[in-house]
Design a protein around this ligand. Structure first.
Ligand SMILES: Cc1cc2nc3c(=O)[nH]c(=O)nc-3n(C[C@H](O)[C@H](O)[C@H](O)COP(=O)(O)OP(=O)(O)OC[C@H]3O[C@@H](n4cnc5c(N)ncnc54)[C@H](O)[C@@H]3O)c2cc1C
Length: 377
């Protein structure tokens, strides 16, 4: 019997497990993968994410392999470009780092804080009298059950915890499909991440995120309904982007490698995240920014907050949905307005590609507000 079980050891789950375990709560962190593990991602972690790590006590110096980013460039369908300086948050800059390294750092921190971890494929939550009382897992061919007073579902975009609790699959317009790859470069790369709104890739964008001076994460993302309609492989869009002359000049004849695709649940949809005895965080709760697809920092913030609410509820002996509903109110306060604005912006960019040109013109006139509006997600 555990006080809390966290399902999924991505950024959301590891932060939640670390925060719970630090408060002396007997916590089990389950993941189907052996860590360190790969994850399809653009690998850009917003500055807020690193500031949060400091807040929860991870104060070790970060490895030099976490490439610091100082600028972000936006490119419009007609090729117009605006560059923004990216601000640090509490002294921490945005960084591009493989998820192999980043998630391992968080996972190890959760263990150092006292969480127990086990590799296990979770099958479903166990529900009794309308209340979550644990999870059913598979280890090899063996099925087992674990009980807990609180379950935090942090098992990503295809969450079995969300599904088991009756959360319906989201509509295509509230999901994005995305493909990433790595490429080595001829050129010495600037610490600038590029987001290119291509005409053919709407609503969505292509990216070029440097991981070091000579290696970049490149990829494309497209809303799932648009992807189905165009019926073209994402690889075609990526090849087109990489063939744009200024990109080709950076990568020369290097071929892309380690291609991976996955989906992103966008915060444009409403979703239930609070249940009797359970909470959903990160992608399991559908917290990905609707305009830019950033989901790492939101997963960490929701993981931290769910753990804090969960810890308080456990100590009061009341983990009912009513008691846990403060999580919903917090999510609405933190993400509600911005996600609505960013959903409108995403739809605007889709219908009127010229809108990005206008945004870029405004960015030259008023960089600060445009930076806040476009890049803060
Ligand atoms: C191609 C692509 C590019 C992206 N680029 C960026 C980017 O540059 N910046 C950014 O901020 N966001 C980006 N995102 C979004 C980001 O990857 C996610 O929002 C983020 O990983 C969410 O974290 P999480 O902890 O909620 O879930 P995840 O990181 O998905 O972790 C979920 C964990 O749960 C485990 N799991 C799943 N099912 C089970 C099960 N049944 N039993 C046990 N364990 C299970 C998985 O193994 C995994 O370790 C991108 C996404 C994609 C697909």
């Amino acid at each position: 019997m555990y006080d809390a079980i966290v399902v999924g050891a991505g950024p959301g789950g590891s932060v939640a497990a670390a925060v719970l375990a630090k408060q002396g709560i007997k916590t089990l962190l389950l993941d189907r993968d052996q860590f360190p593990r790969e994850k399809a991602c653009g690998d850009a972690v917003q500055a807020e994410g690193f500031a949060l790590l400091r807040e929860i006590g991870l104060t070790d110096p970060l490895p030099d392999t976490f490439f610091k980013i100082t600028h972000s460039a936006l490119v419009s369908p007609s090729g117009k470009r605006a560059e923004f300086e990216l601000h640090s948050v509490q002294g921490e800059p945005c960084r591009v780092v493989t998820r192999y390294e980043f998630d391992e750092l968080l996972y190890q921190y959760a263990l150092r804080c006292g969480a127990e971890a086990q590799r296990a494929h979770v099958q479903a939550p166990i529900i009794e009298d309308g209340k979550v009382i644990g999870v059913r897992i598979k280890v090899g061919k063996r099925e087992e059950t674990y009980s807990a007073r609180l379950v935090i579902g942090a098992d990503g975009a295809t969450s079995v915890i969300a599904r088991g609790l009756g959360v319906r699959p989201r509509a295509e317009q509230d999901r994005c499909v995305s493909l990433r790859a790595y490429v080595d470069t001829e050129a010495t790369l600037d610490p600038t991440i590029e987001i290119a709104f291509l005409h053919a890739l709407r609503p969505g964008y292509a990216w070029f995120f440097p991981l070091s001076e000579h290696r970049a994460n490149v990829g494309v993302g497209l809303r799932a309904d648009a992807y189905r309609k165009t019926n073209r492989p994402l690889r075609d869009y990526l090849d087109r982007y990489l063939d744009i002359p200024y990109i080709r000049a950076m990568i020369g004849e290097h071929a892309i490698y380690d291609m991976r695709s996955w989906q992103l649940p966008l915060l444009s949809a409403r979703q239930q995240r609070v249940f009797n005895g359970a909470l959903l965080v990160g992608d399991a709760g559908g917290f990905v920014d609707p305009l830019l697809g950033a989901g790492i920092a939101p997963a960490m913030f929701t993981g931290k907050f769910a753990a804090e609410i969960g810890a308080a509820a456990l100590s009061e002996g009341d983990v009912s949905a009513k008691r846990l509903s403060v999580y919903d109110r917090w999510c609405d306060r933190e993400f509600g307005t911005t996600s609505r604005i960013r959903t409108v912006m995403q739809r605007l960019v889709n219908r009127l590609p010229g809108a990005v040109d206008t945004m870029i013109r405004l960015a030259h006139l008023a960089p600060e507000p445009m930076q806040k509006l476009v890049l803060k997600g």
